[in-house]
Design a protein around this ligand. Sequence first.
Ligand SMILES: Nc1ncnc2c1ncn2[C@@H]1O[C@H](COP(=O)(O)OP(=O)(O)OP(=O)(O)O)[C@@H](O)[C@H]1O
Ligand SMILES: [Mg+2]
Length: 279
Amino acid sequence: MIEKPYLHFSGISKIFTDPKGEPYPAVEGFELRVAKGEFVSIIGHSGCGKSTVLMMTAGLSEVVIGGIFLDDKLIDEAGPDRAVVFQSPSLLPWLSALDNVLLGVNRVYPHAAKETRLDLCKYYLNKVGLGKDIHKKAADLSNGMKQRVGIARAFALKPKLLLLDEPFGMLDSLTRADLQEVLLEVWNTEKITALMVTHDVDEAIFLSDRVVMMTSGPSACVGDILPISFARPRHKAQVMEQTSYYQYREHLIRFLEDGKDKKAAHGMVSSIGDGASHF
Ligand SMILES: Nc1ncnc2c1ncn2[C@@H]1O[C@H](COP(=O)(O)OP(=O)(O)OP(=O)(O)O)[C@@H](O)[C@H]1O
Ligand SMILES: [Mg+2]
């Protein structure tokens, strides 16, 4: 139990209105304490409420019951102390990689010297491996490169909290593996508190200090939490050599499989894969 959480979800609930106009309790009594500098992943079946939790944390969706506290402050709107990385990084296509990162930095640090702001952007673009491409237009970048810009932009804002919603979901598996390493490398030097939603069990294990398993909705909440004790910095090959890696993997897959059975019993499963690491 984390006594003094940096990020605290205090029994939060979200009720939507379904297409028939009836209340739909998507999330109910979600309780989680995250320590400063922790990397926490959330996994769970499609539609269980992962993005809903993330959007409430970003301040982009209202919390109906309970509250989310970051550094003892109630989150009630979006703010520069939280950076969000989505599946598609939504860059302005006519601007260069550098100008896309600079755009956010200029807004968050308007009083810093121009040179300092530029250096900050270049530093992170370099960190994500785009040092040679900073002047390329976003429209001319591959999807993987665009997401590198998205990661650089998020870190350059120096947020208290990094929120990631399936950041590599649109990428092929090789690029995805590359970007997991990039994210971990940058994160390792900064140790920004991070909350990431993913469907990928291996990604969750590789990146996280703890993996939070959400129950299937309606009224989704925290079903189980798995601490991942690999030392940092981590390297994929080394991590995968450890027997605990496969125990972690089995634990997570078993949770998701059990949830699938429950969903099937309620007639809620349509087409979920068969034992793969994506759910
Ligand atoms: N604006 C909304 N209005 C009504 N219902 C919504 C709204 N947003 C989400 N929902 C419902 O809330 C539930 C949780 O949605 P959410 O997008 O958080 O799931 P998710 O776990 O992120 O799914 P996925 O893994 O597919 O991204 C779903 O049943 C969804 O239909
Ligand atoms: Mg989602």
